[in-house]
Structure formats: C-alpha cells, structure tokens
Design a protein around this ligand. Structure first.
Ligand code: ZN
Length: 113
C-alpha cells in the first residue's frame, strides 16, 4: 500500500529528528499534504493508525495542513483551482498545465521532548 510506505517514511524522519535531539517522544508532528499528492486521506489515516503503534509517534498529536491544488495553463496563463491531476484549463480547455500548488507531501515540523 502506497500510503503505508509514506507513513513508514514519516516515522523514520521523526526517529532521526528525535535521535538528533536526544528525545524519547514526539509531542506533535505537522504535515503538509497537497490535494494533488496522490494521498487518499482515509487510506492514509488507516495506515497511520496501524504503523505508529509501538513507534515513537504513538500518542503524539498530528496536525495536517491540506493544501488545495492549483494549476497554471501554459497556453493562456490562467491560474485556477485543480482538484484532479489531469484537469484541463477551464478557460481554454488546454491540457498543458503547470501544477503550482497541491503536490506537497512533507513533514513541516516535529516537536520532540
Ligand atoms: Zn488555458
């Protein structure tokens, strides 16, 4: 499962961060997840619940910033909200789009103690 390997990756990042700070627990972790990142929220939550058991993220607070998708048309320059990766330009119908927001998938901050 795609989401599970992402959660495992986040746990590794948290472990490294804690080790670097001689911390034994993570108080809070904040994630940026874009609308166009390919993450399915319910699958992500399920993977999260399973994977963090007995990891140092168990019991930590999780904040998720959902970042809406945004694209810019290469043809006419229009900037518009994108909800799916292959949405065409709503102004001219062109499919050559630069994704300007919404591909984010990153750990924004970790609070350890
Ligand atoms: Zn256009």
């Amino acid at each position: 499962m795609h989401e599970l390997s992402i959660v495992m990756n986040i746990i590794q990042i948290a472990e490294k961060e804690s080790a670097a700070n001689n911390a034994s627990a993570v108080e809070e972790i904040e994630l940026d997840i874009g609308e166009l990142s390919g993450i399915e929220p319910s699958a992500f939550d399920f993977a999260w619940e399973q994977a963090i058991k007995s990891s140092l993220l168990d019991g930590s607070a999780r904040k998720i910033n959902h970042i809406p998708g945004e694209g810019q048309c290469i043809e006419c320059g229009a900037v518009f909200p994108m909800h799916r990766l292959y949405d065409p330009c709503p102004v001219c119908g062109e499919h050559f789009i630069t994704i300007t927001k919404g591909k984010e998938l990153r750990v924004r901050s970790i609070v350890v103690n």
